[in-house]
Ligand binder design. Structure first.
Ligand code: DQQ
Length: 497
């Protein structure tokens, strides 16, 4: 029996409730209703991008996770395809958790974590050539248990690649008393796996659990890639999401070198200054050789509010990842996002002073700002702001030499006392001329900011309908600003799917 697409699986009542929510983004990908979390199985096939995602059609809570499936030719307009994986009696009875898609010769193959009871084990499913129908391997799980003799904190999520004539995979885990890790396995056929050893082990005693670069006691959604080829290749990048005892902390990455059976790190970096608001990212190399990255924008309102809204979870816009000269990576929205610019609202140079200047308004905006700050200079951008300032989300930048501190102040972002208002901050690069290229994408409750290629993602939930203003202020600063109203992407289904 062919599975149903997401929109046909959710109840009409839930979908209607979700559609009415003013906090629901219009140009980010979301589930039609219910729950969405991690991006999975990213691939481009015959020119079409496939986005699978962790999905619960029944309610906006993380429970009995399915693999939703959507397809796009332009990375911004997505069509629903039938659900790829549904929990069924056996090792994924309680959920089809995160994983990846690889091509075993001509056979599309998903490697994912089947959840049964309170544990997850690696499972495999094979797909039709069009990636629409999936058949689970009768021999699931393909690995019966975590490595013998290792006391693990958890064991799930997969990064799989072909190396010479074998398959290799990383499984996210943690060694109790030591730290997060990625276990390396090898297989001739994606079914029989031999444990090789830990690729790298973190140290959870290093730093405070609250610190934005704490590596956690378990690494979720490990993802390893190299940007570029041959002599032009950048460092190897090992991405993971730091987790501890049920708490999703933040995504980090090691830059370094993968060689033999080990990863030798040279530095640890924050992947997104927004922390848990860009969680469990997965990347893919597309047919043109770009490294694309998607992540899950978690909610910042209480579970009860999401349940009432009928939906939870936003997929990030697609990001292009490039290597920076210092060994870190830079991220920017894929150029395809520009196609959603519906109307140019503003194109002007502004000299900033203490008095905030109203420059534009909207809750679906793309703002490009080239901000030139004197050393020690600062600028503030107020977003989703009411004229009386009762609600406003503030982005601040303060330059010191060749870096600037970017901070997000949500203390007045919402009059709703229940939503998350924690601050976020981190360092971003400044050009030799003192300029910072900023890109700010506002999509109702979803906020993605890129400053010199360093992202800061968050969620905001203003209560007032007039919380739309964008204001600029600063000292020793000027800005070239362009802003566009962004079109929504709607939702399409494959007829008869
Ligand atoms: N979400 C998945 C897990 C993963 C976590 C389950 C990260 O496989 O570890 O939905 O958000």
């Amino acid at each position: 029996m062919t599975a149903l697409p997401a929109l046909e699986l959710v109840s009409a009542e839930l979908a209607a409730r979700a559609a009415r929510d003013p906090h629901r983004p219009a140009f980010h990908f979301t589930a039609p209703a219910g729950w969405l979390n991690d991006p999975n199985g990213l691939t481009q096939r015959d020119g079409e991008y496939h986005l699978f995602y962790q999905f619960n059609p029944d309610a906006p809570v993380h429970h009995r996770i399915h693999w939703g499936h959507a397809v796009s030719t332009d990375l911004v307009h997505w069509r629903d395809l039938p659900i790829a994986l549904t929990p069924s009696a056996g090792p994924d009875e309680d959920g089809c958790w995160s994983g990846v898609l690889v091509y075993d010769g001509e056979v599309p193959t998903i490697v994912y974590s089947g959840r049964h009871g309170d544990r997850e084990l690696p499972c495999v499913a094979t797909g039709s050539a069009d990636l629409v129908e999936w058949t689970k391997e009768p021999a699931n799980p393909v690995i019966a248990a975590p490595p013998a003799g290792v006391d693990v904190t958890a064991f799930r999520d997969h990064c799989v690649w072909r190396e010479g004539d074998v398959w290799r995979q990383l499984i996210g885990s943690g060694i109790r008393g030591q730290g997060g890790t990625a276990f390396l396995y090898e297989s001739p056929d994606l079914r029989a796996w031999t444990y090789v050893g830990p690729l790298l082990v973190g140290d959870s005693s290093d730093g405070e659990p609250g610190a934005p670069d704490w590596t956690g006691t378990m690494w979720e959604c490990v993802d390893m890639f190299r940007i570029g080829d041959g002599d032009a290749a950048g460092p190897d990048i090992l991405v993971f999401s730091a987790w501890d005892d049920g708490v999703t902390h933040h995504p980090l990455y090691w830059s370094g070198r993968y060689e033999g059976d080990r990863f030798t790190p040279s530095a640890l970096h924050r992947l997104d200054l927004g922390g848990r608001y860009f969680y469990a990212p997965q990347s893919m190399r597309d047919e043109s050789g770009r490294r694309l990255l998607f992540g899950w924008l978690q909610e910042g309102r209480p579970d009860s509010a999401a349940v009432e809204a009928g939906w939870s979870g936003v997929m990030s816009l697609p990001r292009v990842v490039t290597a920076a000269p210092d060994g870190s990576i830079r991220q920017s929205p894929a150029p395809e996002v520009d196609a959603l610019r519906a109307e140019l609202l503003l194109d002007k140079a502004v000299v900033l002073d203490e008095e905030p200047e109203h420059i534009t308004a909207g809750n679906q905006l793309d703002i490009e700002l080239r901000l030139v700050l004197a050393d020690g200079g600062a600028a503030t951008i107020a977003l989703r702001a009411t004229d009386d300032g009762a609600e406003q989300t503030l982005l601040r930048l303060r330059r010191t030499g060749r870096t600037a501190e970017l901070s997000l102040d949500r203390s007045r972002a919402s009059l709703d006392p229940a939503v998350d208002t924690d601050a976020r901050a981190g360092s971003v690069p400044v050009g030799a001329d003192g300029a910072i290229d900023l890109r700010i994408l506002i999509d109702h409750s979803a906020l993605e900011v890129f400053a010199g290629g360093v992202p800061l993602t968050a969620r905001v939930y203003p209560t007032r309908r007039d919380a739309l203003g964008v204001w600029l202020s600063g000292d020793a600063a000027r800005a070239d600003v362009r802003a566009w109203a962004m079109a929504g992407v709607g939702r399409q289904q494959v007829p008869g799917a």
